[in-house]
Design a protein around this ligand. Structure first.
Ligand code: BGC
Length: 556
């Protein structure tokens, strides 16, 4: 590795003229930021290129949703149960085997999400996506060709690994390439494609279940490889994340990629400002890492491994722990507000209301479409009103929905036939819940972790938050069946309480991040507030602007 320092900015960019603060040592270089264009949904149309890159990256979310959706109908198919009799309802211990098969995906995803942070830092965001797609494809081939239970389950474990990694790296990549004013809208695309994947998978399996052969379930597994291939082949042509490039010392490339993503020349003052802020953030975290872990800076393999461990621990230390609480906390509540429990149990609710099998499936498919409609609204609301209001309103609406369903189920479920109106009230609030979740707690928890962590810890922070999603998803899968079986309306009361806690959690702990650049999050969280650190940042920024700070070039 040939490493050299240059004494000036390698590309002769004119320094920005807008709002550069004057020479106070502790004052940051820029006090304001001129936006690139309109905020939110409208901004998507003024920056086609970045929107296209983000849409493309969210195919990862589509694969995740698809896999989640495929299994629900597949598990009810005769042709599937004949091949894997172990999971059919009449078999001894079917519940366990069914649970194991479903949970394998979550387990794989949990491990995949943990590794994704490392892969994304080491290989780059875009090549980490490529590797994840390859692993996902191996899992899909095993599932499509499965001849016995073990093969199918291992296929789901491997496929899950790929999905977990994709679900971590895609939002990370999107957040790092987006201009702040449309970052929320672009991150919503991740949730949109998850739910879109669920809907597509649901209706594909709904159609293929009529096929007489084993293709009824093999075909849906095969089809999921198509978006995987598209993602794998296309990602190679997308630009690197400028923030990742800067973290590797490739500052000039970072500038070129940033300008390309913004559709502006490298000399544009806004591009220049963002580039300087990115570099300043990278330099700052490197200085802090050197101060925190002075004995691990020699670059040897042992030190690198220890530094890797130490930076996981840094997530819980001063400067980051509040963000870790927010990232993992909103993912915890996203699952504990009961979304997957409701999706899972909706067919039985529809059944108790006297609907036949086909209608139960149709209504279950429709509730996912309702969720998707909610998600679409957040493309506009997230950058317009901000993250906090959405979370607060969503928690309140879902709390009310659960409460009403709990009352209906508690009072009338012993005889729905005699109380059809009350039954339909419960169903109506189930739909209302789906809409509210889709508009608020569906997208925001996928968006926020990718924007709150400092660049040095972003990949790990997002990975940990995604793990929190998978882990709590898994826990919900375990606790819901006994809860519903033993308590009936108690399940809804349980989730109602968690919606209330989600409201309090947001009220007291979740700050607004709307419209802030990723580099401004320190101020948002007020955790790098000590004068010394502010002065350190100000000094670095000034050194960069004045060309006194060398561009660090690491050529492999
Ligand atoms: C995801 C959500 C999604 C939901 C739909 C969850 O596991 O985290 O984002 O909307 O599943 O079922």
């Amino acid at each position: 590795m040939d490493t050299k320092f240059e004494e000036k900015n390698a590309i002769g960019v004119a320094p920005a003229h807008n709002e550069v603060a004057d020479e106070k040592p502790t004052q940051r270089a820029w006090t304001t930021r001129e936006p690139y264009g309109p905020a939110g949904f409208r901004g998507l149309f003024s920056n086609h290129y970045v929107a296209l890159c983000a849409v493309f990256a969210t195919i990862g979310g589509l694969l995740f949703g698809y896999d989640q959706g495929v299994i629900s109908v597949t598990l009810t198919m005769e042709q599937f149960l004949e091949r894997f009799p172990r999971v059919s309802d009449t078999a001894a211990g079917a519940g366990f085997w069914k649970g194991l098969m479903t949970a394998m995906l979550e387990l794989g995803a949990l491990i995949g999400a943990l590794f994704a942070g490392y892969l994304a830092d080491k290989l780059s965001r875009k090549y980490a996506i490529l590797v994840s797609v390859c692993i996902f494809t191996i899992g899909s081939v095993l599932q499509t060709a499965a001849v016995e239970y073990a093969m199918l389950t291992i296929g789901r474990l491997i496929g899950g690994f790929g999905i977990g990694a994709l679900a971590t790296v895609a939002p990370l990549y999107i957040s790092e390439i987006s201009p702040p004013e449309i970052r929320g809208a672009l991150l919503v695309l991740q949730e949109f494609s998850i739910v879109f994947g669920i809907v597509v998978a649901f209706w594909i399996t709904y159609g293929t279940r009529f096929m007489p052969s084993e293709w009824s379930w093999r075909l849906p597994f095969l089809i999921q490889m198509i978006p995987g291939f598209i993602l794998g082949a296309g990602i190679v042509f997308l630009p690197f994340s400028p923030r990742w490039l800067a973290s590797k010392g490739r500052d000039d490339e970072a500038l070129v990629n940033l300008a390309k993503l913004r559709g502006l020349p490298t000399t544009d003052s806004r591009v220049y400002q963002e580039w300087c802020e990115i570099r300043a953030e990278v330099a700052f975290v490197q200085e802090v890492s050197a101060e925190r872990h002075p004995t691990l800076q020699d670059g040897s393999r042992g030190s690198r491994v220890k530094l890797e461990m130490a930076s996981w621990a840094d997530l819980f230390k001063h400067g980051c722990w509040k963000r870790t609480v927010v990232g993992t906390g909103i993912m915890f509540f996203q699952q504990f507000v009961g979304i997957n429990a409701l999706i899972y149990y909706s067919p039985s609710l529809f059944k108790t209301l006297g609907q036949d099998y086909s209608m139960q499936l149709i209504l279950s498919g429709v509730i996912n479409i309702t969720q998707l409609v909610g998600v679409v609204s957040s493309l506009w609301t997230m950058d317009r009103f901000g993250r906090r209001p959405l979370l607060l309103v969503g928690a309140a609406l879902m709390c009310i929905s659960h409460l009403i369903i709990a009352v209906m189920v508690g009072e009338f479920s012993y005889d729905w036939a005699g109380h059809p109106a009350q039954g339909w009230v419960a169903v109506a609030f189930l739909f209302f819940y789906m809409l509210s979740f889709g508009a608020t707690w569906g997208p925001v928890p996928w968006a926020m972790p990718a924007e709150i962590f400092p660049s040095s810890l972003r990949a790990k922070g997002v990975a940990l938050s995604t793990c929190s999603n998978w882990f709590n998803n898994f826990i919900i899968g375990l606790v819901t069946p006994p809860l519903v079986q033993n308590t009936g309306f108690g399940a809804y009361t349980f989730f109602c309480v968690f919606c209330g806690l989600a409201f309090l959690f947001t009220w007291f702990l979740v700050p607004e991040t709307n419209g802030k650049s990723l580099e401004e999050m320190d101020k948002v969280f007020k955790d790098v507030s000590s004068e010394a650190e502010e002065a350190q940042k100000a000094r670095i920024e000034r050194e960069i602007i004045e060309g006194r700070r060398g561009t660090y070039n690491a050529t492999a």
